[in-house]
Design a protein. Structure first.
Length: 150
Protein backbone atom coordinates (compact mmCIF):
# COMPACT_ATOMS: atom_id res chain seq x y z
CA UNK A 1 0.00 0.00 0.00
CA UNK A 2 2.82 2.36 0.90
CA UNK A 3 4.62 1.48 -2.35
CA UNK A 4 1.50 2.34 -4.36
CA UNK A 5 1.19 5.69 -2.59
CA UNK A 6 4.86 6.49 -3.28
CA UNK A 7 4.45 5.55 -6.96
CA UNK A 8 1.37 7.80 -7.28
CA UNK A 9 3.19 10.73 -5.65
CA UNK A 10 6.20 10.21 -7.93
CA UNK A 11 4.04 10.19 -11.05
CA UNK A 12 2.18 13.27 -9.86
CA UNK A 13 5.47 15.09 -9.33
CA UNK A 14 6.50 14.28 -12.91
CA UNK A 15 3.34 15.75 -14.42
CA UNK A 16 3.20 19.24 -15.95
CA UNK A 17 1.79 20.83 -12.83
CA UNK A 18 2.36 24.46 -13.79
CA UNK A 19 -0.04 24.37 -16.79
CA UNK A 20 -3.80 24.50 -16.55
CA UNK A 21 -6.27 23.20 -19.21
CA UNK A 22 -6.55 26.65 -20.89
CA UNK A 23 -2.98 26.47 -22.18
CA UNK A 24 -1.74 29.24 -19.87
CA UNK A 25 1.09 28.70 -17.49
CA UNK A 26 0.47 29.79 -13.94
CA UNK A 27 2.65 32.87 -14.41
CA UNK A 28 0.42 34.05 -17.31
CA UNK A 29 2.63 33.07 -20.25
CA UNK A 30 1.24 30.87 -23.00
CA UNK A 31 2.73 27.52 -23.85
CA UNK A 32 3.78 28.91 -27.25
CA UNK A 33 6.14 31.34 -25.48
CA UNK A 34 7.70 28.58 -23.44
CA UNK A 35 8.37 26.59 -26.62
CA UNK A 36 10.11 29.60 -28.28
CA UNK A 37 12.76 29.93 -25.57
CA UNK A 38 16.33 29.10 -26.46
CA UNK A 39 18.30 26.68 -24.35
CA UNK A 40 21.85 25.43 -24.29
CA UNK A 41 20.71 22.38 -26.24
CA UNK A 42 19.79 24.58 -29.23
CA UNK A 43 23.53 24.95 -29.92
CA UNK A 44 23.61 21.28 -30.93
CA UNK A 45 20.74 21.66 -33.38
CA UNK A 46 20.92 22.16 -37.13
CA UNK A 47 23.42 24.64 -38.52
CA UNK A 48 22.25 28.14 -39.39
CA UNK A 49 23.50 28.67 -42.95
CA UNK A 50 22.65 32.38 -42.79
CA UNK A 51 25.67 33.16 -40.57
CA UNK A 52 28.24 35.43 -42.13
CA UNK A 53 31.95 35.66 -41.57
CA UNK A 54 32.84 38.64 -39.36
CA UNK A 55 36.35 39.40 -40.63
CA UNK A 56 37.66 41.73 -43.31
CA UNK A 57 38.13 39.72 -46.49
CA UNK A 58 41.00 41.90 -47.69
CA UNK A 59 42.96 41.47 -44.45
CA UNK A 60 42.25 37.74 -44.54
CA UNK A 61 43.49 37.32 -48.12
CA UNK A 62 46.48 39.63 -47.58
CA UNK A 63 47.54 37.69 -44.47
CA UNK A 64 47.56 34.45 -46.40
CA UNK A 65 49.44 36.03 -49.31
CA UNK A 66 52.11 37.85 -47.30
CA UNK A 67 52.82 34.85 -45.10
CA UNK A 68 52.51 32.26 -47.88
CA UNK A 69 55.96 30.84 -46.99
CA UNK A 70 54.52 29.62 -43.66
CA UNK A 71 52.51 26.37 -43.70
CA UNK A 72 48.93 27.04 -42.59
CA UNK A 73 47.93 24.79 -39.69
CA UNK A 74 44.49 26.06 -38.72
CA UNK A 75 42.10 28.72 -39.96
CA UNK A 76 38.85 29.87 -38.44
CA UNK A 77 37.14 32.64 -40.43
CA UNK A 78 34.35 32.91 -37.86
CA UNK A 79 36.72 33.92 -35.06
CA UNK A 80 39.31 35.49 -37.39
CA UNK A 81 42.30 33.35 -36.40
CA UNK A 82 44.97 31.98 -38.73
CA UNK A 83 47.71 29.81 -37.16
CA UNK A 84 50.78 28.73 -39.08
CA UNK A 85 53.62 26.32 -38.54
CA UNK A 86 57.31 27.13 -38.73
CA UNK A 87 58.73 28.33 -42.02
CA UNK A 88 61.72 30.27 -43.29
CA UNK A 89 61.10 33.47 -45.27
CA UNK A 90 62.71 33.74 -48.71
CA UNK A 91 66.28 34.91 -48.24
CA UNK A 92 66.08 34.48 -44.46
CA UNK A 93 67.99 32.21 -42.13
CA UNK A 94 65.60 31.95 -39.17
CA UNK A 95 62.32 30.10 -39.11
CA UNK A 96 59.19 31.72 -37.74
CA UNK A 97 55.61 30.86 -37.01
CA UNK A 98 52.70 33.27 -36.82
CA UNK A 99 49.26 33.65 -35.37
CA UNK A 100 47.12 36.25 -37.09
CA UNK A 101 43.99 37.59 -35.43
CA UNK A 102 41.56 39.67 -37.48
CA UNK A 103 39.02 41.01 -35.05
CA UNK A 104 36.79 43.28 -37.15
CA UNK A 105 35.32 43.79 -40.60
CA UNK A 106 37.00 47.20 -40.97
CA UNK A 107 40.10 47.63 -43.11
CA UNK A 108 41.99 49.22 -40.25
CA UNK A 109 45.25 48.53 -38.42
CA UNK A 110 43.29 48.08 -35.18
CA UNK A 111 41.54 45.10 -36.77
CA UNK A 112 44.80 43.20 -37.27
CA UNK A 113 47.05 41.58 -34.69
CA UNK A 114 50.09 39.49 -35.69
CA UNK A 115 52.07 37.45 -33.15
CA UNK A 116 55.37 35.98 -34.36
CA UNK A 117 57.65 33.45 -32.72
CA UNK A 118 61.09 32.36 -33.80
CA UNK A 119 62.25 28.77 -33.69
CA UNK A 120 62.69 27.81 -30.06
CA UNK A 121 59.66 29.78 -28.90
CA UNK A 122 61.35 33.15 -28.52
CA UNK A 123 59.38 36.24 -29.43
CA UNK A 124 60.64 38.26 -32.38
CA UNK A 125 61.51 41.95 -32.05
CA UNK A 126 58.49 44.22 -32.12
CA UNK A 127 59.82 45.98 -35.21
CA UNK A 128 59.72 42.71 -37.16
CA UNK A 129 56.13 42.03 -36.15
CA UNK A 130 55.23 45.63 -37.02
CA UNK A 131 56.84 45.25 -40.47
CA UNK A 132 54.77 42.12 -41.13
CA UNK A 133 51.58 43.92 -40.03
CA UNK A 134 52.45 46.84 -42.32
CA UNK A 135 53.04 44.48 -45.24
CA UNK A 136 49.67 42.82 -44.63
CA UNK A 137 47.90 46.20 -44.39
CA UNK A 138 49.57 47.43 -47.59
CA UNK A 139 48.58 44.29 -49.49
CA UNK A 140 45.02 44.47 -48.12
CA UNK A 141 44.69 48.04 -49.39
CA UNK A 142 46.01 46.95 -52.79
CA UNK A 143 43.45 44.15 -52.94
CA UNK A 144 40.69 46.59 -52.06
CA UNK A 145 41.79 49.01 -54.81
CA UNK A 146 41.93 46.12 -57.30
CA UNK A 147 38.40 45.23 -56.24
CA UNK A 148 37.43 48.91 -56.92
CA UNK A 149 35.88 49.46 -53.50
CA UNK A 150 37.30 52.61 -51.98
Amino acid sequence: MLAALLAALTLTACSNRDKNPTGLLLDGRTTEYSQERETIWDAFGPDNSDETVRVNKYLWAASLEVLDFLPVQTVDPFSGVISTGYGTPPGGGRSYRATIYIRDTALDARSLNVALQSNGGRAVPEGTARAVEDAIMTRARQLRIEDRKF
